[in-house]
Design a protein around this ligand. Structure first.
Ligand SMILES: Nc1ncnc2c1ncn2[C@@H]1O[C@H](COP(=O)(O)OP(=O)(O)OP(=O)(O)O)[C@@H](O)[C@H]1O
Ligand code: SF4
Ligand SMILES: [Mg+2]
Length: 379
């Protein structure tokens, strides 16, 4: 871990340890003779630990690098630099059979259940597809029963095994995506905005399902969202990303009730709170300007062009992701990693007020299959 990333804590033995992860996409010019003229610094030095059985939420605005981190974790992209250790072994260096064995244990659930499922395949074929690559998990004769068990586990009727994705509602399709993610009995699930495309009433059901599956199968989650209110319900710890790096990382209580980084405070000030009185009296922090281009990030602190507290030091010196000096000797919830030279605790969500984290709606339970063209729709 380099000094810039500082200390990152998680309780228990890490099942995953990410160090200084970098992904730069080359920017090229010219048609015949391509010349690199720069790079999109999509992820630029991300470190974190994931303990077994833990959920780490990652939040941040669009384009901050969340999906790029997710794709590197499941080996859909090779990092430009840095390491991803799974149980102590750097998986970025693996290939062939060793890589295949590790990939089985780290599976992904995608954002959009409409586009991530092949419309020409039956649900049985979609969920059972990973067994083609890993026949040792389910020999041919056992696959149908295995897939039906998985449908049952995610709250769908096992008799729907021969139906096609268009015959299901949005929430049901995400359940199919989750069943597919579980097919190889993984230990880690990387869920990239798994509920963002769903109706609010269905989001709670899918989150409750993920919660139950975590307990049942002892899963560890990296749960990505752009919305702090969704992440709180499911996360043990939360990392807030800005322009390819973590701005702040801590337990859910530290981040929601005792944020010390101005960016986290601004994000939290936009989270809806249910009590109208509390809503009226709380301070709303409006961020001005756009997120700078990751091809040309600001010097020093990347948040400085939008930060109301920025000073000269912020332009000259990259703030470390570490416990800020003012909190180092304290034993308060402000004692957590925050990449700010002038970190200060600020309670943004009024005391006793929970962000409206769980969308209203029915609890988790099996949904009936929608007729084609019916059922919940993407907003
Ligand atoms: N293959 C690619 N080539 C070039 N740039 C890319 C590529 N993939 C992603 N990027 C850029 O990297 C940055 C991070 O993208 P990423 O998809 O990881 O963001 P994100 O946080 O997941 O955003 P969103 O919330 O919109 O999903 C963006 O500026 C994006 O345009
Ligand atoms: S280091 Fe400076 S610019 Fe960055 S968040 Fe802190 S006060 Fe703002
Ligand atoms: Mg994304």
């Amino acid at each position: 871990m380099n000094a810039e990333q500082g200390s990152i804590r998680a309780g228990g033995e890490p099942i995953l340890e990410v160090r200084d992860l970098v992904k730069h996409y080359p920017l090229t010019q010219g048609i015949l003779f391509k010349k690199q003229v720069g790079a999109v610094k999509a992820v630029d030095g991300v470190s974190f630990r994931l303990a077994a059985g833990e959920t780490l939420g990652i939040v941040g605005e669009s384009g901050c690098g969340k999906s790029t981190v997710a794709r590197m974790l499941v080996h859909l992209e090779q990092p430009t630099a840095g390491s991803i250790e799974y149980k102590g072994e750097d998986i970025t260096k693996l290939s062939g059979r060793a890589l295949k064995a590790v990939r089985r244990n780290i599976q992904m659930v995608f954002q959009d259940p409409y586009t991530s499922l092949n419309p020409r395949m039956t649900v049985g074929d979609i969920i059972g597809e990973p067994y083609e690559i890993h026949p040792e998990v389910a020999p041919k004769g056992e696959r149908r029963r295995k897939v039906q068990d998985l449908l049952d586990v995610v709250g769908l009727n096992p008799e729907y095994i021969n139906r096609y994705p268009h015959q299901f509602s949005g929430g049901q399709r995400q359940r199919i995506g989750i069943a597919r993610g579980l097919a190889l009995n993984p230990e880690i699930i990387v869920a990239d905005e798994p509920v963002s495309a769903l109706d609010v009433s269905v989001q709670a059901q899918v989150i409750n399902l993920l919660d139950r599956l975590q307990a049942e199968f002892k899963l560890s989650y990296v749960f990505i969202a752009h919305d702090l209110s969704i992440v709180r319900h499911i996360s043990d710890r939360v990392g807030v990303m800005y322009l390819g790096r973590f701005a702040e990382i801590g337990t859910d209580e530290q981040i929601y009730d005792h944020p010390t980084h101005p960016y986290t405070q601004a994000l939290l000030s936009a989270v809806p709170v249910p009590d109208p009185m509390a809503r009226e009296h709380r301070e709303r922090i409006i961020l001005h300007g756009d997120v700078p281009s990751p091809a040309n990030p600001p010097s020093g602190c990347r948040f400085r062009t939008r930060c109301w507290k920025a000073q000269e030091r912020c332009e000259l010196e990259v703030p470390l992701l570490a416990v800020p000096a003012v909190f180092r000797l304290t034993d308060t919830p402000a004692h957590h990693d925050s990449a700010c030279h002038f970190a200060e605790e600020k309670q943004v969500v009024p005391p006793g007020e929970e962000p409206a984290e769980e969308p209203e709606g029915p609890g988790e339970g099996p949904e009936e299959p929608g007729e084609p063209g019916t059922g919940p729709r993407i907003r």
